[in-house]
Design a protein around this ligand. Structure first.
Ligand code: ADP
Ligand code: MG
Length: 739
């Protein structure tokens, strides 16, 4: 997916600043204006080898040396087309020959033009040996003119920025583009107030840009990048500060009633709440009892008991005379949540029915694939307020569903709900009020990561898991080692024979559909450039089901399929069969990713596992081992043993706890995407910040940005900051529109 990026507001267009080769190179990274280019950081720096005297260099060493040109000689190559240029150079004590093999006459002229006899140059290269002359030489060195002063040598030894490259773009093009940009660095927009920059002892932006793109020392690069990181954190935190401020000025329904539903529900819970559930319950009650909307991120591993906590808050909303909505990312999940709530609530959910409790409410399911008649009835319940709790997909937000009085929205799995989705909910409350929001996620993130990405939410974490879960053990299986692959299917067959069930998850539906292939993330070489892909195309649900039906180990197994091209009704039927135990092995896409509950399922096989995100894999394996039977998860990959993908999968297999996994994920991706491709909104667009490494920066920027926004909520005195915020939100927004 090409990353979109538009022009930063009011910034100089690169097309007017650079030659077309340079602006095209930048545009291939979505960089189209000066402000964006000066913040487009090198991927790394190369530091030239240390300066040496020629008499002390040895074969095989990488060296830099300041020398003068003594003589040049060229001749045609005998065996091939082209020329050899030999340049004798001396540092006053020793001589060495620089050798260039050239194919074109004009290349010869170019080097000769830059290497007149007597010229002082600095040479960087690897010392080799010329067997013919029995002497040391340097083949194809990099060189440039140098002034033989201390400053000149320091300049020559400066770290060279290495920008990411694409297609046929040359490093030199990227460097010349940014160097030209530096001439205009005085006109860059400065979103962070100068006094804040000074207080944090950061270099001013103009200087920071020089330090990043033309550093003299490695220390310079750190100093310059520190500004860019801080600036990024500051803009994000200013966004969060504004949102919090806005919330504090927005009215919300007060959800403070103490019963009857919540008390009745607590009394009939078949288990006692854990201490963690109680503590978090209290903190949620404090927040939703406020007359301003609160946003809570409730995080805890799969099965940690979040749903019960959320349901208690929803009952409090109903007790307070308002409604609650529970939103799931898919219809399958919405249906399942609906069933779960009905089961948990029993007669408390059957208002208006003979066996309903007198204090009961209605729990309604609203999905896109519902038939019209049922849907009309549901809508009526929603609009009239008869339905205290409404379960649906996030289509509920975009459709013009009118709630009588929506007081609380619970969002299960924040993956597909960006910050910006949550903002839309703000308009769904009664009479100019905003509902409270609880976002549940089974992909917990460390505290500073949360500050950097969902800094407008209060994070509450459930760490202990209740109940008797047998747990899951995960393994990586290499498809290319036939023994392992066989053993995996044999193991699945054994589970089926023992009366248990198996999930097989594929990265796509149909192998014949090229557009359907979900490519694995690329592997990177040591320069950070993409390596050519080595993996086979992903296997599809359709073909996998056929292949499995032919495997002798699985003879007699009842195989079902489930994917997004089935109708809602078909999907529901397949899931129902799976729950009833009428399917032994279900081949599906990630529609079963989150929440699906089949306690009898013991085995999860993920094919082409490298195609899935860390949190997806964790979710998937959380589908098994939910009952009394221990679960096994197999991450199957066509990657070679020891390849980057394979090692990555191993680390996921070995991490048990969702919190540990989250850290692993963040460390691996560093400053890149925080929560994966599927994540929308602000989170995706972190450029310089590494939420693990830059924890302190994030906290400082938060403190500063909240202070600036508190003093000037509309940022009237900070137009550059207001503009940067608008740019940032617009960068994040296309994702929201797409999902
Ligand atoms: P999550 O939503 O965090 O994945 P759930 O709320 O679905 O977890 O809980 C997982 C299972 O544990 C459910 O079957 C639920 O009824 C059960 N459960 C929740 N809280 C408790 C508890 N305190 N004691 C025992 N079982 C619990
Ligand atoms: Mg759940």
């Amino acid at each position: 997916m090409a990353r979109r990026q538009e022009t930063a507001r009011g910034s100089m267009p690169l097309k007017e600043l650079l030659i077309s080769k340079e602006s095209t190179a930048m545009a291939s990274f979505g960089v189209r204006d000066l402000d964006t280019m000066m913040r487009f950081a090198p991927r790394r720096y190369v530091v030239p080898a240390p300066l040496r005297s020629l008499h002390e260099v040895n074969r095989g060493e990488e060296v830099s040396a300041v020398v003068s040109v003594v003589s040049l000689r060229d001749r045609a190559m005998r065996s091939r087309h082209g020329f050899i240029l030999e340049v004798a150079v001396s540092d006053g004590v020793e001589e060495i020959v620089l050798t260039f093999f050239l194919t074109k006459q004009h290349q010869l002229q170019w080097h000769r033009g830059r290497l007149p006899v007597g010229a002082r140059i600095i040479v960087h290269g690897t010392v080799g040996f010329d067997d013919y002359r029995q002497a040391l030489q340097i083949t194809h060195p990099a060189y440039e003119p140098v002034e033989d002063t201390e400053e000149g040598r320091a300049w020559a030894q400066r770290p060279r920025p290495v920008y990411p490259l694409r297609q046929n773009i040359a490093q030199a093009t990227m460097r010349s583009a940014t160097e030209k940009g530096l001439e205009f660095a005085g006109s860059l927009s400065r979103p962070v107030p100068d006094e804040v920059i000074a207080r944090r002892a950061l270099p001013p932006l103009e200087e920071a840009a020089r330090l990043v793109h033309t550093p003299l020392t490695v220390e310079d690069t750190r100093h310059g990048m520190a500004h860019l990181r801080y600036e990024e954190a500051f803009i994000l935190q200013a966004i969060f500060a504004q949102r919090r401020g806005q919330d504090e000025r927005t009215p919300a329904p007060v959800l403070a009633a103490e019963g009857p539903l919540q008390g009745l529900f607590d009394a009939r819970l078949p288990f006692t709440l854990t201490d963690g559930q109680c503590a978090i319950g209290t903190r949620i009650e404090e927040r939703i009892g406020n007359s301003h909307p609160t946003s809570v991120l409730l995080q805890g591993d799969v099965g940690s008991g979040k749903t019960v906590v959320a349901l208690r808050a929803m009952l409090r909303a109903v007790d307070s005379g308002h409604q609650a909505a529970l939103l799931a990312p898919t219809e399958v999940l919405a249906e399942q949540h609906h069933r779960t709530l009905l089961t948990l609530l029993g007669d408390l959910a059957r208002a208006g029915q003979l066996d309903g409790h007198e204090a009961a409410t209605r729990v309604r399911l609203l999905t896109g694939s519902q038939r019209t008649a049922g849907r009309r009835e549901t809508l009526l319940d929603v609009t009239s307020g008869q339905a205290g709790i409404v379960v649906g997909t996030h289509a509920l937000l975009t459709e013009s569903v009118e709630f009588a009085s929506l007081g609380l929205v619970v969002i299960d799995e924040q993956h597909r709900f960006g910050v910006d989705h949550r903002r839309r909910l703000r308009t769904k409350g009664p009479a100019g009020q905003s509902p409270h929001v609880i976002v549940m996620t089974a992909t917990p993130i460390p505290r500073t990561a949360a500050l950097a990405t969902v800094g407008d939410l209060d994070v509450l974490s459930l760490r202990e898991s209740p109940g008797l879960r047998a747990g899951v053990t995960s393994f990586v299986v290499h498809e290319k080692l036939p023994k392992w692959e066989q053993r995996m299917w044999q193991r699945a067959a054994e589970e089926i024979t023992a009366g248990r069930q198996v999930f097989v998850v594929c990265a796509r539906i149909d192998e014949d559909d090229a557009a359907d292939d979900a490519p694995a993330p690329p592997e990177l070489d040591e320069n950070g450039n993409e390596k050519p892909p080595t993996l086979e195309p992903a296997r599809g649900v359709t073909q996998t089901a056929q292949r499995l039906a032919e495997r002798p180990e699985l003879a007699g197994a009842r195989i079902g399929i489930l994917h997004g091209r089935l109708t809602g009704e078909e999907k529901q039927e397949v899931m129902a069969q799976m729950v009833r135990g009428e399917i032994d092995l279900l081949v599906s896409t990630t529609v079963i990713e989150v929440g699906v509950d089949v306690p009898n399922a013991s085995t999860m096989i993920v094919l082409d596992a490298e195609r899935f995100g860390v949190s997806q894999l964790h979710q998937l394996r959380g589908r098994v081992g939910r009952g009394e039977h221990a679960g096994i998860a197999f991450f199957d990959t066509t990657a070679e043993v020891g390849a980057e993908h394979s090692q990555h999968l191993r680390r996921i297999a070995e991490a048990v706890d969702g919190f540990a996994l989250a850290e692993l994920d963040l460390r691996r991706r560093g400053a890149g995407d925080l929560v994966g491709e599927e994540q929308s909104g602000l989170q995706r667009t972190l450029k310089h910040l590494d939420v693990m490494r830059d924890a302190r920066v994030i906290e400082q920027a938060r403190e500063d940005a909240f202070a600036v926004v508190a003093a000037d909520p509309d940022l009237a005195a900070h137009p550059a900051l207001a503009g940067a915020i608008a740019d940032r939100l617009r960068d994040a927004d296309p994702d929201v529109e797409r999902s």
